[in-house]
Design a protein around this ligand. Structure first.
Ligand SMILES: *Cc1c(COP(=O)(O)O)cnc(C)c1O
Length: 380
């Protein structure tokens, strides 16, 4: 059976990338490899839309999240953490482990924070060191108002720290223009690579805070990575394979252009939402992000069975819901190397499975809705 990977991470890896990652091993301290690292960092700056330093870690995305707390916040320091999903909660869990005092803004899952609430809490607590949120909260497929938060936070001494692990390269984002101080990302979502690389872009304002931070770090000591950056290397034996794959990914992204990519994923998202609605289903998040869509499972349908049948019987791996929304939503990714006909295929399979589970709708209604949007708006 042919397999389709349409979960919000890991995502499909293009053949061109797999090929370079299968080449014979190279040494990580050779001039030829350092040149590759230098190019990878330049490429990442384009994708982040930043002039800031970009650090590369051989870990999954959460390693960069941990570093974005442990290099910035001392025990007892205050941080505002926006919680509206699993990954907002992860910021909180890391902060608590490092003895940070979190000030939580709990929002309803699947919604966006009101920037005014952040502004108010910051005014009441001017000693807050960082505001932590997601660009796209993958567990609910919502998008957070990062640009508006940048306007507010940049007027203070506080840092704005964004987890763009699923959003980078797919959801509109301009790190410098939007005044973001630290942005973390991972390899296995929009960047089309296997899991195993994490990235952090760090502003000058953030480095000043990091230089003063006393929290102990070893593997994720960002100051050590910054020092090594000057010679295009890292303190440890980084994943040379990921660097090679990343260079191909960067070429692919540059060839299409970031703006075009933002546009394309927006159209994919629009098509998935239109299909869901045409099938009588409801989109979960408001506002819904451009890199994945969460759809509510109707009461009468078994949500866990839906995801399982799609995978085991038809070869489509999508994602279900996590924690309180387990079984209540399903999520289809449209990031990275996922294109129009992947979406057409998964909608087709979804119709078949919904029918098997007793949901009533007009055959082809989802497909038609998606095709109408693609015919009008998709650009090749
Ligand atoms: C996937 C994801 C993470 C976790 O990344 P890992 O690579 O699994 O550590 C964190 N935040 C968001 C928004 C994600 O989508």
């Amino acid at each position: 059976m042919k397999k389709y990977l349409l979960a919000p991470g890991p995502t499909p890896v293009p053949e061109k990338i797999l090929q370079v990652m299968a080449e014979p091993m190279v040494h990580h301290r050779t001039p030829a490899f350092k040149e590759k690292v230098g190019k990878a960092i330049e490429g990442l700056k384009y994708i982040f839309q930043t002039k800031n330093d970009v650090l590369i870690f051989s870990s999954s995305g959460s390693g960069a999240m941990e570093g974005a707390i442990s290099n910035v916040l001392n025990p007892g320091d205050k941080a505002i953490i926006i919680r509206g999903g699993k990954f907002g909660e992860r910021w909180g869990e890391i902060a608590e482990k490092f003895g940070v005092q979190p000030l939580y803004i709990d929002i309803e899952w699947g919604t966006a924070v009101d920037p005014a609430d952040v502004e108010k809490l910051l005014k009441e607590n001017p000693d807050v060191k960082g505001v932590y949120t997601q660009l796209t909260e993958t567990s609910t497929c919502s998008v957070q108002p990062v640009k508006e938060l940048g306007e507010i936070v940049s007027k203070t001494d506080t840092l704005l720290v964004i987890d763009a692990i699923s959003g980078l390269g797919g959801q509109e984002f301009y790190m410098d223009d939007w005044k973001v101080d630290i942005c973390v990302a991972g390899s296995q979502k929009g960047l089309m690579l296997p899991p195993g690389h994490a990235y952090a872009a760090v502003s000058e304002k953030a480095w000043k805070v990091i230089d003063e931070c006393k929290q102990p770090n070893y593997y994720f000591d960002w100051k050590k990575y910054r020092k090594k950056l000057a010679t295009n290397t890292d303190p440890f034996t980084g994943s040379v394979l990921h660097v090679k794959g990343l260079l191909v990914a960067i070429d692919m992204i540059k060839e299409r252009g970031l703006e075009n990519m933002f546009y394309q994923y927006r159209v994919l998202g629009k098509a998935v939402r239109a299909a869901a609605e045409a099938l009588g289903l409801e989109v979960y998040a408001h506002p819904s992000c451009d890199v994945a869509t969460a759809v509510k499972v109707p009461e009468s349908v078994d949500g866990l069975a839906l995801v399982k049948i799609l995978r085991d019987k038809y070869g489509f791996t999508i994602a279900g819901g996590q924690a309180p929304i387990k079984g209540k939503i399903f999520r289809i990714a449209h990031m990275g190397y996922i294109e129009m006909f992947d979406i057409i295929s998964v909608i087709s399979a979804l119709e078949i499975v919904l029918h098997e589970l007793g949901w009533e709708f007009k055959w082809g209604a989802g497909l038609t809705a998606a095709q109408e949007i693609f015919a009008k708006e998709y650009k090749f």
